[in-house]
Design a protein around this ligand. Sequence first.
Ligand SMILES: Cc1ncc(COP(=O)(O)O)c(C=O)c1O
Length: 407
Amino acid sequence: MADETNFSCNLLYTFDIWDLNNGMCALANELVKDSTKDIENSTDILQYYKYGREEGNVEFIKQLAIFLSHYYNDDIKGDTLLPTYGATYGFMLAMSHFLETNDYLFVEDLTFGGVTGQAKEYGLQIESVTCDREGINIAELEERIIKCRKTSTHSNNERKPFWGIIFLMTVLHNPKGTSYSEERCKAVIKLARKYNLLVVVDDVYNIFQFNENKVKRMVTFDNPSDPDYGIGHVISNGSFSKILFPAIRLGWMETSSTWLRQQILKRCDIESAGGYNPYNQMIITSMLSSPNIKTFIHQVKTIYKEQLDFTFNYLKENLPKNVEFNHPQGSFFLWMKLPCSYTATELNSRCKKHGLKIMEGNFFSSSKDATAYTNYFRVCVSNFRDLKQLETALKVFCGVVTTYLQQ
Ligand SMILES: Cc1ncc(COP(=O)(O)O)c(C=O)c1O
């Protein structure tokens, strides 16, 4: 039995597990302390401890809409937003609400393993479609949709008008770090409308775009004034996991129509639970309305950009030239390719001996070809105390890769 004397856990610092560095934890902690003080000082403590509104706390939705309008440079309306337990759960909600077992999930050939894992557990059929520099390949996607539509057993009804979901990461794809062109976003939406499919997009890294020209969310292109708009076809899942910290377990769904949001709101679990995480909604409301939030976000972005740039430059200088990777336009990941005869699994096992871990490419692969990404891997730069610790890890990492590639 585990007790305080014999319990152990692995304290490797890793490349792949999301974590905040100490500086950021300290910054976030200040905001948390201020928010909990707000609660302690409240004259109406009951409001924090009771079941919440299904639609989300009114002040939370207001502050979220203000926050997103600022960072997305867009006019976000509160009646398109719904709190969730985070982007992971946002996908689960959309999938379990609109789809039936045996329905289809169309994904990019490199996608988020967390989503395909959920889809498999639910019994969806997964179709992987290749991508080019602008996003998912439209002709191939349409071909696949037409083929799958013929075998779909979905019983169409008012609550379940979609027989499949197209799941994408259109802004700062994890792991590639790439973003979609506007034309490609519009083309995906056209297909979704034509074939009655729902598009679910994970928008969890959007505010970590470091270049001047910010890419817009897919949801903004599902325009109600389009003649073929219909009932709305896009859900964007956002999250505070990367902006604040993941243990807060709060995110939001932004829907391209009030119809989509109303459908989700009819769920019995939302009613029974009294909304998602109402207490944490109050904490975040206080954080978002704090005058310090903009400074916090600015500092967080500065730290990440510095770490990403540092890592890219360090690896360019110190890795063997036959390891390929690009400078991503934001977020915290480098997507890397070893020469064909080497594998990420072997590299990972060598890294682990030195206290490092990488995320092997197969986690992100939905391709039927099991060998498609065996020589790819992702490096995450976000969880180091400071640049010095990051440099130490990178030095060890470069040594391991160099030794491996000499064999
Ligand atoms: C694309 C993507 N979606 C979802 C998540 C998880 O988000 P959350 O913590 O909000 O569930 C991650 C985290 O790594 C992610 O990269």
